[in-house]
Design a protein around this ligand. Sequence first.
Ligand code: SF4
Length: 82
Amino acid sequence: MEWSDRAACLTAEPDTFFPVSSTGVALDDVAVAKTICRACAVVDSCRDYALSSRQPFGVWGGLDEGERRAIWAKSPTPALVT
Ligand code: SF4
């Protein structure tokens, strides 16, 4: 994943992108993570990777777990990223 070297989240707190729950104050972490993603130069590559590799946890490419699950439900076999 050569794109990951340019990730805007490289220096972020891991809990911001992988909060311990999906309710309460963890939602603040998710919002912060999505804000960082919006300014990330590799957001498209990151989102494609997360969707194609079915990352189950955390915020990737501006999408949280529930948003990825919704996409998978509509398209169960997304194209693989090379
Ligand atoms: S899109 Fe978000 S999760 Fe993906 S590399 Fe960029 S900052 Fe990190």
